[in-house]
Design a protein around this ligand. Structure first.
Ligand code: GRF
Length: 194
């Protein structure tokens, strides 16, 4: 069985989409994979409630309890490694990771970013796409490297930007696509592991 560990910071809707997909018989049978833990850096992350209700082990490693990024990442690694994951999935995990962390999970660490990378790395992607006059926006699943929001692209979804869009309406349209492409990209990744 291949273990998937998902890291979240907030609502966890991408995590929920992956968990729901992983419940499908096809996943368990053909991919031999399961979501074995959900870890948050924020104790109040709503996604933790969903994971608990699904009977998935959860953990909180509160970044505020650590003096440095290195110390936080070391504690995070210790928690993640308890599950010997084949894949570590960042799903709205709002921490910049140290190169040591990224190197440890190299090739088995993926993220979803709410823009059509390589455009609009970083924050406020939807407002920036609107301000730039883009006609299309989207989301990207990518391998994580030590450079923020870079790394090989695994999947993308495109949505139109409408004249009346605000950052909020655009974010909702993009998020609905994230929920489709992220579970699929996770499955494709696991299939590639054989
Ligand atoms: C998503 O838009 C994701 O692309 C970004 O943060 C948001 C997280 O949403 N990195 P959720 O926590 O999965 O609901």
């Amino acid at each position: 069985m291949k273990n998937i560990v998902i890291l979240i910071s907030g609502s966890g809707s991408n995590m929920a989409a992956i968990v729901q997909q992983a419940r499908q018989a096809q996943w368990a049978e053909h991919l031999q994979a399961r979501v074995c833990a959900v870890i948050s850096n924020r104790p109040e992350a709503q996604g933790l409630d969903f994971a608990r209700a699904q009977g998935i082990p959860t953990a909180v490693i509160d970044h505020k309890a650590f003096d440095s990024r290195e110390a936080f990442d070391a504690a995070l690694v210790a928690e993640i490694d308890r599950f010997a994951p084949a894949l570590v999935v960042l799903a709205g995990f709002m921490r910049i990771l140290t190169p040591v962390f990224v190197a440890r999970y190299s090739g088995r660490l993926i993220n979803i970013h709410p823009s059509l990378l390589p455009a609009f790395t970083g924050l406020h992607t939807h407002q920036r796409a609107i301000d730039a006059g883009c006609r299309f926006a989207g989301a990207t699943v990518h391998q994580v490297t030590s450079e923020l929001d870079h790394g090989a692209i695994l999947a993308q979804a495109v949505v139109p930007i409408l004249a009346e869009d605000t950052a909020e309406t655009l974010a909702a349209r993009v998020l609905s696509q994230e929920h489709l492409i992220y579970p699929r990209a996770v499955a494709d990744f696991l299939r590639g592991l054989g």
